[in-house]
Design a protein around this ligand. Sequence first.
Ligand SMILES: [Zn+2]
Ligand SMILES: [Zn+2]
Length: 266
Amino acid sequence: MADRNKVEQHMLAEAPKVDSAGMAAIGRRILQLLDQDGKAPDDRDLAEPRREFHFTSRTDGTFAFRGRIDAEAGATLAALISPLAKPTSANDERDIAQRQGDALVEVIELAAGNKKAPTEAGERPHVAVTVSLEVLKKQIGTAKLAANGYTDAASARRIACDCKVLPIVLGSKSDPLDFGRLTRTIPHRLRRALIHRDQGCAFPGCQRLPRQCHAHHIVHWADGGPTSLDNCVLLCGHHHRVIHHSRWNVVMVDKRPEFVPPHYLN
Ligand SMILES: [Zn+2]
Ligand SMILES: [Zn+2]
């Protein structure tokens, strides 16, 4: 009862200074202070917080999703996304939505690459890509992705480039080829040497850390490029796309990667 009088006096004193939202905030704060343990839990409170996630693949192979998660998980998500969604440099032309989209993909890739990632039929999550060697080499045609997606030849080359994803490469008779299985995986020693040389994404001005990077083959393994220090360079997911899907180029000069902008930037 003594509390009630004090609260009333305090709220009356504050009322002229704040608007209704401010008043509600003061009320919530007082309730928290008065009842710091919170109300006694009942069975309903012990139930899982309501979380929803819906995703569907669309006819063009892309995925759309919507949902909601509780405040605590949301804060964790925001803490994961926001550092990854920062512009990679002052020249980063992606808008915030694109950067957050790329960040979400990084989170998915990090989760899939984690040793504790859930397995299905003994396999870690991976994208099954089925592509013919001809499509990889000639860069025309399509590749089939798991689920029911298709992707273009340039994307298939990028996906297959890093070797984290082992594509099923088909020969001319559509028999799976064991082509380059040994050469296309990046051995730990090579990855360590790449990290030592590039220290993270090698693209000018990019600050991405080694664990956020793919190993890009300068001459694609499908074109006979070796998986060696002189033919590989660390690139973050975004710059890996830039190299595969724009006219930026990377060449090796004196055993160091050098980036050649598209001629219209010169
Ligand atoms: Zn690549
Ligand atoms: Zn980068």
